[in-house]
Each structure stands twice: as structure tokens, then as C-alpha cells.
Ligand binder design. Structure first.
Ligand SMILES: [Cu+2]
Length: 126
């Protein structure tokens, strides 16, 4: 009996490892905004804005009226996110924006999961 050896080639799949430079300001793919639920049409909606700087939210505390849409705008160079204690969160990104509409009164605390409680803020809705 004759045995044939078969050489099975090993195929190395290189997982996509393109994500390198943390300091690269290239905008990440993927849509931001517009996915936070329906806009409330009635009642003269207002808006407010917060800057997402490197390792701080500016201003860290904001008071708004019910129905206000708050927009966070990334102004720093490093990746950050806006993650609320009650659930909603942005992507971790180095550029772009995130919006959330606050229909109910209360205090909504949030932080950046990259930097923890050292980078935190709160929206007070009246
Ligand atoms: Cu951060």
C-alpha cells in the first residue's frame, strides 16, 4: 500500500488590522446622529451644545428645558464618548457629533468610558 501525503496549505487570514493611529483625525465611518429616536415636533424645541474636548466636557454641567436637544461636538484630538448612566451612548470617536433629546425632567449624568469619572458631565432637565 502506498500512502500519499497531502500537503494542506495553511491559509492565514489576517484579520482586518487597519485601525491604527489613535491620533489620526480621519473621520471614522459610520453615521452619527439621527439615531436617537424621533424628534419631538411640538412645543418649540430648543437646543443646547456641549464640546467634547480632550478629557473634559465643556461645559460639564448644563441645565435645559424639557424638549431640548443637546448636541455634543467633538473638538479634541483623541477618542471619547458620551455614555449616559441611564443607557444611551454615543460611539467612541475622535470627531463628529452626538445628539440626544431630553423629553423628561431629571438629571442625566454621563461620562466618557475611555477616561471614566475623570471625564464626566450632567444634563439637568427642568
Ligand atoms: Cu474621554
Amino acid at each position: 500500500m502506498r500512502r500519499r501525503l497531502r500537503i494542506v496549505p495553511f491559509i492565514l487570514f489576517l484579520a482586518a488590522c487597519g485601525g491604527g493611529g489613535d491620533d489620526d483625525p480621519a473621520a471614522p465611518p459610520g453615521s452619527t446622529g439621527g439615531n436617537t429616536g424621533g424628534n419631538m415636533g411640538g412645543g418649540g424645541s430648543t437646543s443646547s451644545s456641549v464640546n467634547v474636548a480632550d478629557n473634559s466636557f465643556t461645559p460639564a454641567a448644563t441645565t435645559v428645558a424639557r424638549g431640548t436637544t443637546v448636541t455634543w461636538t467633538w473638538t479634541g484630538r483623541n477618542p471619547h464618548d458620551v455614555t449616559f448612566d441611564d443607557g444611551p451612548a454615543s460611539a467612541t470617536q475622535a470627531a463628529g457629533s452626538y445628539t440626544r433629546n431630553f423629553a423628561a425632567a431629571g438629571t442625566f449624568r454621563y461620562h466618557c468610558t475611555v477616561h471614566g469619572t475623570a471625564m464626566a458631565g450632567a444634563i439637568t432637565v427642568q
